[in-house]
Design a protein around this ligand. Structure first.
Ligand SMILES: *Cc1c(COP(=O)(O)O)cnc(C)c1O
Length: 371
């Protein structure tokens, strides 16, 4: 029997569609002769600022650097506590530790997988300086409530928007509601480059100036270095590639929503499966992942059953961050995040995923769970 192979994410489809434009854009860079901080980066930053509705868009080397640079720009460092979620990619907490601050993990909401704002409130101390919410799997957090809480306690809010480029909260783009937004252009993200890349957004000119200086060795003017910085620039090739892809992002995210809606429709009646819920009508999720909860201890069985049929799935995340060796000090007890780590399973999703391919995934889920 010939086995179908269904990946978690198919990047080749987009490359095939855009190949002529991508090659032309890359040739323009080669012919232009500027490879770092040239016209492509400048134009991309203007286009990103316009798309997102933010005053400043500063491209960087990665989403991780955006978090580190955002924290430093905001003056967060040793002695400060930063509240974040344990149910995220490691980089969120790593950035906090990297600048010498202490990550304080608050538990998550088991329906949205995002930070539980009551848990955030309970985790506040006089040392709390900032909160880093993560719009996990492309689902935006309730930013209005978080900003009210932040206002009451004078907290900086840095949105980890790595998985939610293009998502909206009450008509505003995710990442532009807090003081700083951090995005990643890692190839598998919704707006992905073909290498590493990141972005920091803010409306605050002081934060923007600090971030821009940190990006290039702490200098405003070449060879005049005022503070300790980094080399964290996006290169011209990646900027040119992103400029080809940015105009299509809304259509791509809309296509992801359609795939997600089909999953919701076709998986809804399967017992023991919890589907990702809807967001409020004024918000839009972008389904970086389509992540279900498999109840009754059957997650690993379902994952194995799908693998047998050639269907790739992933557990994001098998170990919550507070349980990673570098943080496992026993201080945090976060039952909901730990519970989710046992139950979540991310199914194949990408824009324009073929309906027949998706039906194979649905059928195999039925084969495993309904027998
Ligand atoms: C991908 C990701 C990052 C890091 O982005 P990089 O560009 O890979 O450094 C940070 N936070 C979250 C939630 C992510 O998914």
């Amino acid at each position: 029997m010939k086995m179908t192979q269904i990946p978690l994410l198919d990047l080749q489809q987009e490359i095939a569609e855009l190949r002529p434009q991508l090659l032309r854009a890359m040739e323009d860079v080669l012919d232009g002769g500027a490879f770092i901080m040239g016209a492509q980066v400048k134009q991309l930053e203007a286009e990103l600022a316009a798309y997102l509705g933010t005053k400043h868009a500063i491209t960087l080397n990665s989403g991780t650097d955006a978090l580190v640079i955002g924290l430093l720009a905001a003056g967060i460092g040793p002695g400060d506590e930063v509240i974040t979620t344990p149910f995220t990619f490691f980089a969120t907490a790593e950035a906090i530790s990297r600048v010498g601050a202490v990550p304080v993990f608050a538990d998550v909401d088991p329906l949205t997988y995002n930070l539980d704002l009551e848990a955030v409130e309970a985790a506040l101390t006089p040392q709390t300086k900032a909160v880093i919410p993560v719009h996990l799997f492309g689902r935006p957090l309730d930013m209005d409530r978080l900003m009210t809480l932040a206002g009451q306690h004078d907290l900086i809010v840095i949105e980890d928007t790595a998985q939610a480029f293009g998502a909206e909260v009450n008509g505003k783009k995710a990442g532009t509601i807090g003081h700083i937004g951090c995005y990643s252009f890692f190839p598998s993200k919704n707006l992905g480059a073909y290498g590493d890349g990141g972005l920091l957004t803010t409306d605050d000119p002081k934060l923007a100036e600090a971030a821009a200086m940190l990006r290039t060795h702490g200098s405003k003017r070449k060879y005049y270095n005022e503070i300790m910085g980094f080399n964290s620039r996006l290169d011209e090739l990646q900027a040119a590639i992103l400029r080809v892809k940015l105009p299509r992002i809304d259509e791509q995210n809309e296509a992801r929503r359609r795939v997600a809606a089909r999953y919701n429709e076709r998986l809804g009646d399967i017992p023991g499966l919890m589907l990702p819920g809807e967001v409020t009508s004024s918000s839009k999720q972008v389904f970086h992942q389509y992540t279900v909860r498999v109840l009754n201890g059957r997650r690993d069985e379902l994952q194995a059953g799908l693998a047998e049929a050639g269907i790739s799935t992933m557990v994001y995340y098998p170990v919550p961050v507070h349980r990673q060796p570098v943080y496992a000090d026993g201080l945090h007890i976060l039952p909901l995040a730990e519970h989710l780590a046992q139950e979540v399973l991310s199914l194949p999703i990408w824009p324009h995923m073929d309906e027949e391919v998706q039906n194979l995934v649905v059928q195999q889920i039925r084969n495993v769970l309904c027998t």
